[in-house]
Design a binder for this molecule. Structure first.
Ligand SMILES: NC(=O)c1ccc[n+]([C@@H]2O[C@H](COP(=O)([O-])OP(=O)(O)OC[C@H]3O[C@@H](n4cnc5c(N)ncnc54)[C@H](O)[C@@H]3O)[C@@H](O)[C@H]2O)c1
Ligand SMILES: O=C(O)C(=O)C[C@@H](O)[C@H](O)[C@H](O)COP(=O)(O)O
Ligand SMILES: [Zn+2]
Length: 385
């Protein structure tokens, strides 16, 4: 270890409230580093995995303005040269055209198999860059540097990478695990409030899936979370990452249990698709509503009590998210169209839908016997004006 990287590692050890969560996947295991000030220390964290002293950063226009300089300075302390590809911000970037142009730009910059790509941004950049890294020259290594709450608690962890197709959400992708995740808590302070709330939807998801006490923590701390309290957010990131790491370690490629992480998502992805993946409806906003729909559908099936479904909905509302499909941004939504989009869900097998339903808060389970006629009737009540 050189003097400078020894200093960086030491600084990391001392970084205030630093937490490390391991994603245990045998020889593809990796750490999620969670602390303040990590962009400045990124050089020390990344240097040990580099074969050549350079990296290729993929980011978006918004993130480039506020955080790219700090990351590059952090890399420069370790004499790591940084090339950059700056993409348009937003969900529309997860498409074939941007996949191609990102690959072209990286090749024009001379990226080779020994290089490491860094995804600096939210879930859009992470999902696209992870896919690019998996495809380019049959696979380059990549590091996730998530800058949204949603990306820190969910998308940067677990190796799902994808773009959208005209037919549906995330339909073209790979399981491709990163080398590490660097979750700098300071970057969350520049997030627009709408993006913060979208991230909180994926946070409360972990409580609803299998952790009643985390759900209670969120109920008690909703105000602090909404106000982007650094302490409350750091705790939410730690618990969420531990939860996701545990599930991913048990079922990396979603043969079973990992599908629980899809709570609310079959509804959410249909809503996003109905919107043409436009900016009117964010993924997290769709997930907030989709989870409330899953709870209401569980109630309609007699699986869960009205009290539990109401409590779940109140928890989601307290995070500033919409739970009523009729009031959801980007509407109006139409039941038949939603069902058609739902049928393209990746969990569907031989024309049969799988949904994540719940017997109560923290008691989600995978339901493979979904009656499509009954579901359509439910969607009609949900969307009726
Ligand atoms: N792979 C997975 O497991 C997984 C999990 C959840 C979600 N996702 C995907 O993630 C995507 C959503 O990610 P997202 O919510 O992070 O959206 P995003 O990547 O579009 O980022 C949200 C917005 O915030 C801006 N931004 C990012 N960081 C910022 C910062 N620190 N300060 C100011 N602005 C900042 C971005 O430029 C963008 O405009 C969806 O495509 C979803 O499907 C994937
Ligand atoms: O990591 C997972 O597994 C998830 O399902 C996390 C979700 O929050 C995320 O939106 C994911 O991209 C959805 O996966 P998909 O397989 O339904 O596209
Ligand atoms: Zn999601």
């Amino acid at each position: 270890m050189t003097d400078t990287s020894a200093k960086s590692s030491a600084a990391l050890e001392n970084a205030s409230g630093a937490k490390r969560v391991n994603v245990a996947l045998g020889d593809r295991s990796y750490d999620i580093h969670i602390a303040s000030g990590l962009l400045s220390l990124a050089g020390g964290l990344i240097k040990p995995i580099l074969k050549q002293q350079r990296v290729f950063i993929v980011t978006d226009e918004n993130v480039a303005k506020v955080h790219l300089g700090t990351l590059k300075a952090g890399l420069a302390t370790q004499n790591i040269e940084a090339f950059e590809v700056v993409l348009p911000a937003g969900e529309a970037t997860k498409c074939f055209a941007v996949l191609e142009s990102t690959i072209d730009q990286l090749m024009a910059q001379g990226a080779d198999r020994n290089d490491v790509v860094i995804a600096l941004g939210g879930g859009v950049i992470g999902d696209l860059t992870g896919l690019v890294a998996g495809l380019l020259k049959r696979g380059m290594r990549f590091v996730q540097v998530p800058t949204t709450l949603l990306a820190q608690v969910d998308s940067s962890v677990g190796g799902k990478t994808a773009i959208n197709s005209k037919i549906g959400k995330n339909l073209v992708g790979l399981f491709n695990q990163p080398e590490m995740v660097i979750a700098d808590q300071d970057v969350l302070q520049t997030l627009p409030v709408r993006e913060l709330r979208a991230g909180l939807a994926e946070v409360i998801k972990y409580g609803l899936i299998d952790d009643l006490s985390f759900f209670e923590y969120i109920e008690l701390n909703a105000e602090k979370l909404n106000a982007a309290s650094p302490e409350a957010l750091a705790e939410a990131v730690r618990v969420s990452c531990e939860s996701k790491a545990r599930i991913v370690s048990e079922d990396e490629t979603e043969r079973g249990k990992r599908a629980l992480l899809n709570l609310g998502h079959t509804f959410a992805h249909a809503l996003e698709r109905a919107n043409g993946f436009g900016p009117a409806l964010l993924h997290g906003e769709a997930v907030g509503c989709g989870m409330a729909m899953a709870m209401r559908y569980s109630q309609a099936l007699g699986l869960c009590s009205g009290q539990e479904a109401d409590r779940a909905e109140k928890g989601i509302l307290a995070l500033g998210l919409e739970t009523d499909v009729r009031k959801l941004a980007g509407g109006p939504y139409e039941a038949n169209a939603l069902l058609e989009h739902m049928m393209h869900d990746k969990k569907a097998e031989q024309g049969k839908l799988t949904l994540i339903l719940a017997k109560g808060i923290g008691q989600s389970y995978i339901e493979k016997q979904v009656d499509v006629e009954h579901l359509l009737a439910f969607l009609k009540t949900e969307t009726a004006v």
